[in-house]
Design a protein around this ligand. Structure first.
Ligand SMILES: Cc1cc2nc3c(=O)[nH]c(=O)nc-3n(C[C@H](O)[C@H](O)[C@H](O)COP(=O)(O)OP(=O)(O)OC[C@H]3O[C@@H](n4cnc5c(N)ncnc54)[C@H](O)[C@@H]3O)c2cc1C
Length: 324
């Protein structure tokens, strides 16, 4: 075993994901504490330039046409080799469509323990620790990272994406790919979601509505607030599943990643699959009747209050402040 910390870099259509930078930020203190290097694993085709701003000590770059887009089959073959050859202390992957797709199989294939849904990782007295959020984020489980090697899937939590970026390009180590012939799963095409009425990924002010809204007709309360603030509505999955909002307004794992200046989450519990879609936000406010709701762990400000009391009152105040 080495003391290195490996991070799987995710990228889509030429863009490194925010989660990848967050994982580099999470991995840095672990590498320092264990006395190893922070090593990024970048798989792709003509993707070397994506390494330029990664805050890693070195980047293991594997190039092959079969890696041009994510393929679980191809990634599994490459990652199995990289982990077996490198014997790192820990491997960080996103609890994302990509990371979650490969992490479980890697664990079984390499016979390595896995800790999923980690929102934090740190070192205490030389021991590496994890904080994993389970039961939809309602319980935080803490423990030691088993030796010699542990796989981890990470959710957005205590790390900022900027902390995983660097102005100095890291060393790139080209690695020959294993045999990638005869893959069972290959990428065919991207199917973009239908253009919605609004692109929430570009909106600066978002009012995100969750199951706590209870009924479709209650959306009006949120809509009035959005209008008063000059913002747009978006939603968590139950609201979209009910057909109360279009899929284009879904935030999270199966929806869009948003980066607004203001994100006001009302009646949303803060499950990891929703939190995954909230990128860097200057002002993140949550309103929820349950003061233990995990959304309060990631929001900057929170009100443990009934949205049906608070939202109309806030809307009224904003209208007053704007002169009616
Ligand atoms: C593979 C997969 C992909 C997924 N993708 C997504 C995704 O992209 N986006 C997504 O959002 N989810 C996604 N989910 C679902 C996710 O796990 C959660 O179930 C979902 O985010 C919960 O939505 P919610 O917070 O609105 O509802 P709940 O978890 O039911 O929370 C409702 C909250 O409202 C609060 N509340 C109730 N009444 C009031 C009131 N009067 N005033 C204030 N607060 C109130 C409650 O305290 C509660 O915290 C996915 C799940 C899976 C398995």
């Amino acid at each position: 075993m080495t003391s290195d910390i490996y991070v799987l870099i995710e990228h889509l259509q030429g863009q490194v994901s925010e989660m990848s930078y967050m994982m580099l930020a999470a991995g840095r203190p672990l590498a320092e504490a264990s006395g190893g290097n922070l090593v990024a694993m970048l798989l792709g085709q003509d993707a070397q330039e994506l390494a330029a701003d990664l805050d890693a000590d070195r980047v293991l770059y594997v190039e092959h046409p079969a890696l041009a887009e994510f393929s679980p089959d191809a990634y599994l073959r490459v990652l199995t080799d990289l982990i077996q050859q490198g014997n790192p202390r820990a491997v960080l992957m996103g609890e994302t469509s990509i990371g979650a797709d490969v992490a479980g199989t890697l664990s079984a294939r390499l016979n390595l323990p896995i800790v999923s849904l980690c929102r934090n990782a740190y070192a205490e007295g030389g021991t590496l620790k994890f904080v994993s959020q389970i039961y939809g984020g309602k319980v935080l489980a803490e423990g030691d990272l088993p030796e010699p090697t542990t796989l981890m899937t990470m959710v957005p939590g205590d790390f900022k994406a900027e902390a995983g970026q660097s102005a100095t390009a890291p060393e790139i180590v080209p690695i020959s790919p294993p045999d990638l012939e005869g893959l069972k799963v290959t990428h065919k095409q991207f199917i973009e979601p239908e253009a919605g009425d609004v692109d929430i990924a570009k909106e600066p002010i978002l009012i995100a509505v969750g199951r706590g809204i209870q009924q479709e007709m209650n959306l009006e309360i949120a809509q009035e607030l959005a209008e008063a603030l000059g913002g747009e509505l978006c939603a968590s999955r139950p609201v979209v599943d009910q057909g109360w909002m279009t899929t284009g307004r879904l935030v999270g794992k199966s929806g869009k990643t948003v980066k607004p200046k203001v994100y006001l989450a009302i009646g949303i519990s803060g499950a990891p699959e929703h939190a995954e879609g909230i990128g860097d936000t200057e002002l993140f406010i949550a309103i929820n009747t349950d003061e233990q709701a995990p959304i309060f762990d990631i929001a900057k400000y929170g009100a443990a209050a009934d949205l049906f009391d608070l939202i109309p009152a806030v809307t009224e105040k904003i209208k007053e402040a704007k002169g009616g």
